[in-house]
Ligand binder design. Structure first.
Ligand code: ADP
Ligand code: ZN
Length: 651
């Protein structure tokens, strides 16, 4: 099996018998690639003398059977090609050792014998349950549901300690590994060593060393992004998925898989327990816990007597910001009080850049991306208009491309840069820090930002969703949400759920130690169920309401969805293909086909896009239905059909 987009394995000749999983170097056309010996029956159609020989057997432990089975399972479930799934772990050049080895890397040495903190009664109960699950060396899923700051991390580190004590390996998945500095520091404090880290930005040398250390068992704990699921663990004893509700766990390109769901599968195949952790669990996991499929552990209170923050709505209809500004007087007053107490404040707006829309005051022309159905976002710091979808960028023109009016553009709406500008105007003495992915570009920048905040070198943090993730800033007591309604438009199935989760997480950054926290939500609809849930803090009631709304129509998790995204450079071809798929769509009891319809991004990176959505009862074999559907449809080579099983994004 080659880590390339092929479904079939290739047949080569070898003098020695090679066990399945053995990594080899083989010729493919003019080049050499690394592949894995697979369990398939060799292709008998090729005469033996014409088979190319294996060039080299790599000095590397064979990929374990559990990993090969997992790869097969993921390919079958996502309808991806097996080679593509193999490629999520094995890169074609991964295992080729450089001629000169400059550095050696050390792993592991995490000390499970070192004592953790004294746990509260609730924490101790949860930790004991997790230790028991690890000790049983059996598959099972636990949902660890605890409010922000309740010590979920401390509790699951106890499960990691138990895994180490049993001599097995633990995998901790985090949604955004670049932002994991605080986690790594805590891990170091607990175990006296750093875990192995796995994400897409490792240097080739570190990547190679880590891959090997995981395969030999030298790396005992791996902290990684979703692709860490595809590492060749010698003896996996635990998987933890932290912030399990995060949509960042869903990979949207190539093999579209949900790392949370696949973590459960990986754990089952490896006969290991899986722990899903969140203060705002997904409805999927909540329902699995309610039905008894998952064990549930609750941590209902913050650690050390810290109170949950007080959440208030600011009705922008009654108390609007000044003209051309975005912070309401009540929010400005609250920030002032916070600064007066020597505490820190955070403003949250999930939008990068300066302004999401630039238009000509004279003719109303809007600056749009030439490749996508999207407005260009002004980034003042770079003096560019940028497409957030394809990366297209251009200078702000002197004259309107439509009417020629000069220097007459209006920036419409705010991004974090514009909020930072307003903060500088209103609080000229405040030291402000913007946290967004174009400023905080990697682990180094994130670590520096976190250190500056903890050292109180910053008064005000202005950030995108990046600030919602797990941070613990002791002196931060006020969180202002600039536009609480932002995520609610668009009619996405999970818009409400996702907005509640994100805002609850941001709110959870406030008042995590002695000083009490306060959260102000700027909204035009304080009576919206999402706002009411945040004001009351009663997330279970909100989720129960979500469940009641989704159940009758068989929406997930009470039914299943598969999206088919048709795309082509030629618009008519995209339409023709979508119509052909519509005509050949499966039908029958419990199957509903929605669309075809232009995708919300009807044009993306220069391709025209149409969507079809298949909604079925839970018990139907959706993969078989889709496979047969595609097989009986004539699809032009110039058109592409991407299949997304269990879609999270509907764009
Ligand atoms: P969560 O993951 O639920 O948001 P954390 O594990 O980050 O919560 O805990 C919040 C803060 O409280 C952290 O600084 C953590 O170190 C501290 N903490 C939690 N439990 C304990 C404990 N039993 N003893 C000492 N500190 C604790
Ligand atoms: Zn674009």
């Amino acid at each position: 099996m080659l880590p390339l987009p092929f479904e079939a394995a290739f047949t080569y000749a070898s003098d020695e018998a090679l066990v399945p999983g053995t990594l080899v170097r083989v010729p493919l056309g003019p080049r050499m690639v690394v592949g894995a010996v697979w369990d398939d029956v060799p292709d008998a159609g090729v005469p033996e003398r014409r088979l190319k020989p294996v060039a080299e057997v790599l000095d590397f432990p064979p990929l374990p059977e559990s990993l090969r089975e997992f790869i097969e399972w993921v390919a079958q479930y996502t309808l991806a090609k097996r080679g593509e799934v193999l490629a999520l772990g094995v890169k074609a050049n991964l295992l080729i050792e450089p001629k000169i080895r400059r550095k050696t890397f050390e792993f592991g040495a995490a000390d499970a014998g070192q004592a953790g903190p004294a746990l509260s009664a609730d924490q101790a109960i949860a930790a004991a349950a997790l230790r028991a699950a690890v000790g049983a060396q059996k598959f099972g899923v636990t949902l660890l549901d605890g409010v922000t700051g309740s010590g979920k991390t401390e509790v699951y580190l106890e499960a990691v300690a138990q895994t180490l004590a049993a001599g097995r390996q633990a995998l901790v998945l985090l949604p955004e590994i670049a932002l994991s500095v605080q986690f790594l520091q805590r891990f170091f404090a607990r175990f006296g060593a750093m875990p192995a880290v796995w994400h897409s930005e490792l240097t080739p040398a570190v990547r190679r060393a880590t891959y090997r250390a995981v395969a030999t068992g030298a790396a005992k704990v791996v902290v990684g992004a979703r692709s860490a699921l595809f590492l060749p663990f010698a003896e996996l004893g635990l998987i933890v998925v932290d912030e399990e509700h995060e949509s960042a766990f869903k990979q949207e390109d190539g093999v579209t898989y949900h790392a949370r769901d696949m973590a459960v599968v990986r754990a089952r195949i490896s006969e290991a327990p899986c722990v899903l952790v969140s203060a705002t669990p997904s409805l999927e996991s909540v329902e699995n816990a309610n039905s008894g499929r998952y064990q549930r552990l609750d941590l209902p209170a913050r650690h050390g007597g810290a109170k949950m923050p007080e959440v208030l709505a600011l009705d922008l209809r009654k108390d609007p910001p000044e003209r051309g500004r975005f912070l309401a007087p009540a929010l400005i007053a609250a920030v002032r009080e916070t600064f007066a107490r020597g505490e820190q404040a955070m403003l949250f707006l999930n939008r990068r850049g300066y302004a999401p829309l630039t238009l000509c005051r004279h003719c109303g022309h809007r600056m749009a991306c030439p490749n996508c159905t999207a407005w260009l976002v002004e980034h003042k710091s770079h003096k560019r208009l940028v497409c957030h979808h394809c990366g297209h960028n251009e200078a702000l023109p002197e004259a309107c491309p439509a009417c020629g009016a000069e220097q007459n553009f209006a920036a419409v709406g705010p991004g974090v840069e514009r909020i930072a500008e307003e903060v500088a105007l209103v609080f000229p003495e405040a030291r402000a820090l913007v946290m967004a992915s174009d400023v905080i570009t990697g682990p180094k920048e994130a670590a520096a930002a976190a250190a500056a905040i903890s050292a109180r070198e910053v008064d005000m943090i202005i950030g995108t969703q990046m600030v919602a993730k797990g941070w613990h800033f002791p002196h931060l007591t006020l969180v202002g949400v600039v536009d609480a309604d932002l995520g609610l438009g668009g009619g996405d199935l999970r818009a409400g759920e996702r907005t509640v989760q994100m805002l609850y997480q941001v709110a959870g950054r406030a008042g995590r130690e002695e000083a009490p926290g306060r959260v102000l939500l700027q909204t035009f609809s304080p009576e919206h169920p999402v706002m009411l849930a945040l004001l009351s803090g009663d997330l279970p009631a909100f989720m129960a309401q979500e469940a009641a709304e989704r159940r009758p129509g068989h929406w997930p998790p009470f039914g299943r969805l598969v999206a088919l995204i048709v795309s082509a450079m030629d618009e008519a071809l995209a339409d023709r293909t979508a119509r052909a798929l519509s005509r050949s769509a499966p039908h029958g009891a419990g199957i509903e086909i929605l669309g075809p319809a232009p995708a919300p991004f009807a044009l993306l990176r220069g391709r025209y896009r149409r969507r079809l959505l298949m909604k079925t009862r839970r018990d139907l074999p959706v993969q078989t239905l889709v496979r047969e559907w595609l097989a009986r449809t004539q699809i032009d080579r110039a058109a592409r059909v991407d299949v997304d099983v269990d879609p999270v994004s509907f764009m």
